[in-house]
Design a protein around this ligand. Structure first.
Ligand code: GLV
Length: 318
């Protein structure tokens, strides 16, 4: 008998073909959110769960499935899973590191350039028929080349962002609890600096931390006030790393120049004041959203799930 698993949402067809070979799969829902109560109901008899980052895999979910052996998250982040409880119960938890690094770094740069050069605003302006000819001071943005890039969180994605910054000959500073070796610092052309120094020096500040108690609201009113008034803040990590209310205020008052967000504090809800501002670019959590990468993520999660239920060690245990 194949082990029973719940895949919370319909994935790409290739992934289901693979899963069906080894497991008895129930697919939670297609094209809509799976409410927590429904998740509790559906997970009951299952030995495995393939979750997305929007699924709250808390203690209650794991208690609802006494036979649960593995939660395979289809994301590199796993702040949606109660890891402490899973560990206590011996439930394996896996993620999908590596496969989305380059795609997310690309999106980070798309967002940096979009904010600094006011691309969405300029595009709206053009479409609305407002372009009446070249003007010296039309849609002036911020320069990127040879400016200071601050990276908070120098993991895989932070490093990939630093590599791309070399094309812009930027002065890259990074902060992370783990300091890189001198060879790595040279390779990434990035210098270690204290957090507060980076806040005050960065022209572009980009966040690549995991979400932990320590990084919750890492960027709040005080930190925004420490930044340059010409600075751009970009967040493609997790929404709660930034105090969204304080950010809206900073953008309204010109405390910083602009921001680009791919993630939100109470996702998918967005602080309504941000929606009215022209100096913020808002994306719907698409950091890793290329067809190739999303397929690799789902396949990685599927391989982890199958390994965990067929007596093998899943490759991406967290
Ligand atoms: C995306 O946000 C991920 O964690 O994979």
């Amino acid at each position: 008998m194949k082990p029973k698993v719940l895949v919370t949402r319909q994935l790409l067809p290739e992934v289901h073909v693979f899963l069906d070979r080894f497991l008895e799969v129930e697919t939670g829902v297609t094209g809509r959110d799976l409410p927590h109560a429904e998740l509790l109901q559906k997970v009951k008899e299952k030995a495995g769960l393939l979750s997305l980052l929007v699924d709250d895999v808390d203690q209650e979910v794991m208690e609802a499935a006494p036979g649960l052996k593995i939660v395979a998250n289809c994301a590199v982040g796993y702040n949606n899973i109660d890891i402490t409880y899973a560990r206590r119960k011996g439930i394996l938890v896996t993620n999908t590191p590596g496969v989305l690094t380059e795609t997310t770094a690309d999106l980070t740069w798309a967002l940096i350039l979009a904010v600094a050069r006011r691309i969405p605003e300029a595009e709206r302006f053009t479409r609305e028929g407002k372009f009446s000819g070249w003007e010296l001071d039309l849609m002036l943005g911020q320069e990127i080349t040879e400016k200071c890039l601050g990276i908070i969180g120098m993991g895989r994605i932070g490093k990939a962002v630093a590599l791309r910054a070399q094309a812009f000959r930027m002065n890259t500073l990074y902060f992370d609890h783990h300091r890189l070796s001198p060879e790595e610092e040279k390779h990434y052309a990035a210098a270690y600096a204290p957090f507060l120094q980076i806040l005050s020096q960065a022209d572009i500040l980009t966040l690549h931390t995991t979400l932990t108690e320590e990084t919750q609201r890492l960027i709040g009113r005080k930190e925004l006030e420490a930044m340059k008034t010409s600075a751009v803040l970009v967040n493609v990590s997790r929404g709660p790393v930034v105090d969204e209310n304080a950010l809206a205020e900073a953008l309204e008052k010109g405390i910083i120049w602009g921001a680009g967000l791919d993630v939100y504090e109470r996702e998918p809800a967005i602080e309504s004041r941000l929606l009215d501002l022209g100096n913020v670019v808002l994306l719907p959590h698409i950091g890793s959203a290329s067809y190739d990468t999303r397929l690799k993520m789902a396949m990685t999660a599927a391989h982890n799930l199958v390994a965990g239920l067929t007596g093998k060690t899943p490759p991406n245990l967290v």
